[in-house]
Ligand binder design. Sequence first.
Ligand SMILES: *Cc1c(COP(=O)(O)O)cnc(C)c1O
Length: 365
Amino acid sequence: MTATPPPSSVRLRSVLGSVPAYTPGKPPEPVEGLTAYKISSNENPFPPLPSVLEAIADAAASVNRYPDMGVTALTAALSERLGVPTTHLATGTGSVAVLGHLIDITCDPGDEVVYAWRSFEAYPIVVALSGATSVQVPLDAEARHDLDAMAAAITDRTRLVLVCTPNNPTGPAVREDELRAFLDKVPSDVLVVIDEAYLEFTTDETVPDALALYRDYPNVAVLRTFSKAYGLAGLRVGYAVAQEEVATALRKAATPFGVTDLAQKAAVASLAAYDELEVRVKEIVAERERVVAALREQGWDVPETQGNFFWLPLGDDALPFAQACQARAITVRPFAGDGVRVSVGETEANDRFVEIAGEWLRSRG
Ligand SMILES: *Cc1c(COP(=O)(O)O)cnc(C)c1O
């Protein structure tokens, strides 16, 4: 028998009162007779490649040891693949962790981080926890970044600007010409972080390669992840490419031994197997085009998407629509009062989703 302890009177930072708890995609709820699908977290629906599973299994044999703190093998593999010096790379436990470190190394309390909104739900959380202040700039009518308004939002307190391209959850990517024009306006001492979590799914030729921008603008940092196209969301590994001063500071800020040996070996094996992974990425993109075309045909207003997901601007119907999906064992990601983000998943999941979406519109007349 243990007595119930009294409530904690530990003083927590006041910012926690305003930090939203990250809403993870819910596990799918079973519905009799239907296979449940979770298309709410932009995960890759394909299981790991055999070569990647083998690398993970090999690494499992040495989990009694700390991992390689320098993440040497992955850093070397990325350096070679991307054509950047190893000193310009910093890895972390997912790109969200690396983003947290980017804010930690640039922002003192009260400094400002400018980003578009609505965008990735982790942004306001990591900014607030670091003690910095979020400056959210509304997306334009087509759910795209309004880069002119973002440039205008930069003040003396701004230390970091985030550009999410393609934008999670709405889908559009920024174009290279507009991004360059924007970078020309940003003061050179403000770090611009280009979050390219979905880069591999882009098909529009006007989408920039942020690595070229990092070469042209020393205040650009590129953020990438193994969680989406590479299908390693469960292993938590992401990285930044930035000039040496920034990358060195990032490595100081990183959680010691954060990237596990399993994650490192799986990431290295995935880079080596990218040709195989790319076939899957192309299938996901083809599914995206098929599903979005079907939805538009039904009458849905779907913004352009360059990711492995799409956005339905449902407004106040976001939650009821998500419930209607759940009733058919499909989990999507609603943002109350705004819209629903749907990941491109297994073909059966996509087909069932299109059916539900069509019925929804018909039931609304
Ligand atoms: C999924 C996602 C990431 C990746 O997060 P990890 O921590 O690497 O899993 C980063 N940025 C955006 C915008 C995302 O949607």
